[in-house]
Design a protein around this ligand. Sequence first.
Ligand SMILES: Nc1ncnc2c1ncn2[C@@H]1O[C@H](COP(=O)(O)OP(=O)(O)OP(=O)(O)O)[C@@H](O)[C@H]1O
Ligand SMILES: [Mg+2]
Length: 265
Amino acid sequence: MTDTSTATQPAAADRGVPLCELRDIKVAFGGLHAVDGVTIDMYAGEVVALVGGNGAGKSTLMHTLSGAHPADSGEIRINGDLVTIHNPRDAREYGVEVIYQKLALADNMDAAANVFLGRELRSRTGSLDDEAMDSATQRVMQRLNPRFKNLKTAVRSLSGGQRQSVAIARAVHFNARILIMDEPTAALGPAETAQVRELITQLKAEGIGIFLISHDIHDVFDLADRITVMLQGKLVGTVNKHDVTKDDVLAMIIAGKQPGDNGSE
Ligand SMILES: Nc1ncnc2c1ncn2[C@@H]1O[C@H](COP(=O)(O)OP(=O)(O)OP(=O)(O)O)[C@@H](O)[C@H]1O
Ligand SMILES: [Mg+2]
């Protein structure tokens, strides 16, 4: 298994301004505090895994960044600048893109048509510029996944890993700097999971930062640099992967225990 994180990562204090910071975010649904004062950050080229049990508030927290649901209070900073995100369009303006588990692809269309779906390139006469879209898709795929050869195939008949490549190519082509990935390997077999791992390595090398929501502790340890744990809407803590064991993280997820806390007072 490849470890995509950098073992010799500098301490956060040496790394300057985070690419993205969510500070003291709160979201309530009626009396339910789905996200209750959570702070999380991420540096360029870093994968931060966001973990926690069902209903911990992971998706709701990420919705405040993707523009799917506004925060009631708190701050979002991108490259240190305070930003206001009301909707997905605002998020895209700041380079935030979401790769959903159920990839929103048009199954009967090929990779290029999917990359440019809703943002098609047109020639001066207003007709679709297929040639330009094909060659742009080829370029971005060459970077991300050089083995991807099925540019003319309807994405319906692609493997799960290849479909991920198409969804990520779409985000990257439109200058995503911050990717939110929701369970990207949940429905994939081992070979496809390996392909997604390679994609993530490539995205990191390009300086893209990733928030990775995952229930798979093995994926989390393979892919993440740091791990942020939530429990019932609250932040349990953020740890550097190299400082903790899987059991430490599971204890954080289940019992809200800090690593090194053996439970005796
Ligand atoms: N639109 C909504 N309206 C009312 N309650 C909501 C809404 N969205 C989420 N919730 C509630 O907020 C809490 C946090 O949900 P959220 O989906 O963020 O959790 P999660 O950590 O993503 O869980 P999972 O791992 O199951 O996806 C849950 O109690 C959920 O029922
Ligand atoms: Mg969720």
